[in-house]
Design a binder for this molecule. Structure first.
Ligand code: PBG
Length: 333
């Protein structure tokens, strides 16, 4: 048993002593946000224009390949270690069979090569899932109204190998198919990619908070919803089973997603497994803060920092957030 003295009675104990000024608050702070905690997700496109705004994500632009390289340099100069890449594909490239996901000269492989050519020592994380490439917006192949598991996994393996060949360091399967981590890990080993990291979206919930992301990657109208593969927000023990499976199949790191509505899951996962655990502050969480700030309901930077610190308090090793670059600037100031 840990020794826990009874708190002294007032006035021997005055908890406010530890809050009386900034220096003492800083001295006793239990958690701190560091730029190394941040992964910055960016959206890329292959049109002529350098940047185009994402209507639902104020302050977030889709970037051309050249602009992505420029932003990657700036991010690295600010101390950000890893970028996460998401593609906005031309409408015509989205098909039922998602074959554009397997193009070695597709958008994501092109961006990986362009960034690595100039900045070899920045970490690149790529999503493994089919939703940017399907005409229906699902993460897997749709057959007779069902998302088919094993045929999807076969494609995810190919998509992974193509992205890794182009320079991706971390593959992050976000599709929630069963067995994909093991299948991807085996394929990576067989191809000699012994050092490729897998960050599994292990506990990914079917969430309304992904709305703005679908706008960002250009999913016009998702047919149905993702409840047959993403998790039910009613569940907590199930998240532990999902994480256990993914670790046993060879994931190096796991993720909980979305963030703030699932802080309890972040805490349970970190306490249970003691593996690097990341949390994704998703598009809807970002948009909510931006909208409230726009209306004058709260202070932007304080709200952002408070949410990120909440993730650290819950035990997260790091955070994927669209605020990453801005926060890196704040932390540097
Ligand atoms: C899908 C994917 C999603 C996000 C990342 N990868 C959305 C979804 O599952 O529908 C969401 C990111 C965000 O909302 O910021 N493979």
């Amino acid at each position: 048993m840990t020794f826990m003295p009874a708190p002294a009675p007032f006035p021997l104990a005055r908890p406010r002593r530890l809050r009386q000024s900034a220096w003492i608050r800083d001295l006793v702070a239990e958690n701190r946000l560091h730029v190394c905690d941040l992964i910055w997700p960016i959206f890329v496109h292959d049109r002529d224009v350098a940047r185009e705004p994402v209507a639902s994500l104020k302050g977030v632009d889709r970037l051309s390949v050249a602009e992505s390289v420029k932003e990657a340099k700036e991010a690295q100069a600010l101390g950000i270690k890893v970028l996460a890449l998401f593609p906005h594909l031309d409408e015509r490239l989205r098909t039922g069979d998602a074959k554009a996901a397997l193009d070695p000269n597709g958008l994501i492989p092109t961006v990986c090569r362009a960034i690595k050519a100039e900045i070899p020592d920045i970490g690149l994380l790529v999503d493994v899932a089919l939703d940017p490439y399907t005409d229906h917006g699902h993460d897997g192949l749709l057959v007779d109204g069902r998302i088919v598991n094993d045929a999807t996994v076969a494609m995810l393996i190919e998509q992974t190998l193509i992205q890794v060949a182009a320079g991706a360091d971390i593959v992050a399967p976000s599709d929630m198919m069963d067995g994909r981590i093991g299948a991807i890990r085996k394929a990576l080993e067989a191809a000699g990619h012994h050092d490729t990291l897998i960050m599994s979206y292990a506990a990914k919930y079917a969430s309304a908070f992904y709305g703005p992301y679908r706008d960002a990657i250009g999913v016009k109208a998702l047919k149905g919803d993702k409840t047959t593969y993403q998790m039910d927000s009613a569940n907590s023990d199930e998240a532990l089973r999902e994480v256990a499976i993914d670790i046993s199949e060879g994931a190096d790191m796991v993720m909980v997603k979305p963030g703030l509505p699932y802080l309890d899951i972040v805490q349970r996962v970190t306490e249970t497994f003691k593996v690097p655990t990341f949390v994704y502050q998703v598009s809807g969480e970002y948009a909510m803060i931006k909208a409230a700030v726009d209306k004058g309901f709260m202070d932007h930077d304080r709200a952002v920092m408070e949410t990120l610190l909440a993730f650290k308090r819950a035990g997260a090793s790091g955070i994927l957030t669209y605020f990453a670059k801005h926060v890196a600037q704040l932390l540097k100031a």
